[in-house]
Write a protein that binds this ligand. Structure first.
Ligand code: FAD
Length: 331
C-alpha cells in the first residue's frame, strides 16, 4: 500500500514533540511516492486522534486501555501493519521508539534503520537513510531493499514539522490483547522529562573548549539569559565539567535547529556539526581563522570568544557595567 505510517507516541494525554517531526517527514515521503500519510495511535484520549487528523490522512486508533508496554504495543502494531501493509513506517528515536520499533521489525521480519538524520527515496521508492557512523567519521547511507515495510527511527530534532493536511479519517482498530502477558504492569511512575529546552529553542548559544574556564562559561550563560537563548555545549566543554551533559549538542547529544546558533570556541568537529548544522543562521567565534566551523557559518568572528561575550553583554545590557578584568577568567 502506498501509505507512509508514523507511530504517534503519547503519554498522559499528550503527543510527544517528535510526532510533529515524523508527520512532517512522513508527509514529504508520502507526496514523493504519490501516497498518503497515516498515523497510529494507542491512546484512549479522543482529542489526540482529532489532533493527528489535522495532519494525517488516516489515523488508526488501537483500542486498548492497558498501560503501555513494549510487549502489547509491539504485537498490536505488527498486527495492524500486517493488515494494512503500509510501505514505510517511521518511529521517533525516543526512549520508547528505540525500544518498540525493533520489536515490531523483528515480528514482521523486516529491517530497521536506527537514528536517521536524513531520509530520501530513490526512483524505485527505496528509502535511503543517512546517519553518522563509526564515531561520526563516516556518513552512511542504509537501505532495506529485500523486506517490507521499510522502517526507521528518526533522531529527534533532525526533521522539520510539516504543514497541516485537509482533515483525515479516524479509524478505530479493535485489538484483543493476548490473555497471557509476559510483562505485568505493577505500577507506573513518570520518568524525568525527556524533552530538553534546547530542542525547541529559537536561539542557542553554545560554548566549546575555547571558552577556557567555568567562569567564562558563566559569562556565556549570563549573555544567554540576556538574549533569551538556551545554552548548549560541545563535548569538550561537557567533559571539562563547565556544563551539564544535558547541554551537549551533536551526535551523542541533542539535535537543534534554532533560528540563531552562536558557537563560541567550538572547532566544528563532525560529531558536533550533525547536531547544529540545520540552524537557520550560524555565528561562529573562533580565534583560528582556519577552524572548520567557519565553513558552515553564516557570519564568522575571528577573535577571542571571551572578548566577544563581554562586548555582546555590553550591547545587550548597557546599564550593567562590564568589569573586563574580573568578568569570566582564563584558567
Ligand atoms: C563517538 C564520538 C561521539 C562524539 N559526539 C560528540 C557530540 O555529540 N558533540 C560534540 O560536540 N562532540 C562530540 N564528539 C567529540 C568531537 O569529536 C570533538 O572532540 C568535540 O566536538 C570538540 O569540541 P570543541 O570544538 O569544543 O573543542 P576543540 O576541537 O578542541 O576546539 C576548540 C576550538 O576553540 C578555539 N579557541 C581556543 N581558544 C579560543 C578563544 N580564546 N577564543 C575563541 N576560540 C578559541 C580553537 O581554535 C578551536 O577551534 C564525539 C566524538 C566521538 C569519537
Amino acid at each position: 500500500m502506498k501509505e507512509v505510517w508514523v507511530y504517534a507516541e503519547s503519554e498522559g494525554g499528550r503527543l510527544h514533540p517528535v510526532v510533529s517531526e515524523l508527520l512532517g517527514e512522513g508527509r514529504r515521503l508520502a507526496e514523493r511516492i504519490g501516497g498518503s500519510l497515516g498515523a497510529v495511535l494507542a491512546s484512549s484520549h479522543a482529542s489526540l486522534a482529532e489532533e493527528l487528523a489535522l495532519w494525517a490522512d488516516r489515523v488508526y486508533v488501537i483500542q486498548d486501555q492497558s498501560p503501555y508496554t513494549d510487549e502489547w504495543q509491539g504485537q498490536a502494531l505488527a498486527r495492524l501493519i500486517e493488515a494494512y501493509q503500509p510501505g514505510i513506517v517511521l518511529f521517533g528515536g525516543t526512549r520508547r521508539g528505540k525500544s518498540l520499533a525493533p520489536r515490531v521489525a523483528a515480528r514482521l521480519r523486516t529491517g530497521l534503520i536506527a537514528d536517521c538524520t536524513s531520509l530520501r527515496l530513490d526512483d524505485g521508492g527505496l528509502l535511503l537513510a543517512e546517519l553518522p557512523t563509526f564515531g561520526g567519521r563516516l556518513l552512511t547511507t542504509i537501505a532495506c531493499p529485500g523486506h517490507r515495510p521499510q522502517m526507521a527511527t528518526l533522531a529527534p530534532g533532525a526533521f522539520a514539522p510539516g504543514p497541516k493536511g485537509s482533515g483525515g479519517e479516524i479509524i478505530n482498530c479493535p485489538w484483543a490483547a493476548p490473555e497471557v502477558r509476559a510483562v505485568e504492569v505493577v505500577a507506573q511512575e513518570p520518568l524525568p522529562e525527556e524533552d530538553r529546552p534546547l530542542m525547541g529553542a529559537e536561539i542557542v548559544i553554545a560554548g566549546g573548549r575555547g571558552i577556557g574556564s567555568r567562569a567564562n562559561f558563566a559569562l556565556l550563560e549570563e549573555v544567554a539569559s540576556l538574549l533569551g537563548a538556551a545554552v548548549g555545549a560541545s563535548r569538550a566543554a561537557v567533559d571539562a565539567g563547565w556544563v551539564e551533559p544535558e547541554g551537549l549538542i551533536g551526535q551523542t547529544g541533542v539535535i537543534v535547529r534554532p533560528r540563531l546558533y552562536i558557537a563560541c570556541g567550538i572547532s566544528g568537529a563532525t560529531q558536533h556539526v550533525v547536531g547544529m548544522q540545520r540552524s537557520e543562521v550560524i555565528v561562529a567565534v573562533n580565534k583560528d581563522p582556519k577552524a572548520p566551523i567557519f565553513d558552515l557559518a553564516t557570519y564568522g568572528v575571528v577573535g577571542d570568544c571571551r572578548q566577544f561575550l563581554l562586548e555582546l553583554k555590553r550591547h545587550l545590557a548597557p546599564s550593567r557595567p562590564v568589569d573586563e578584568e574580573n568578568e569570566g577568567e582564563n584558567d
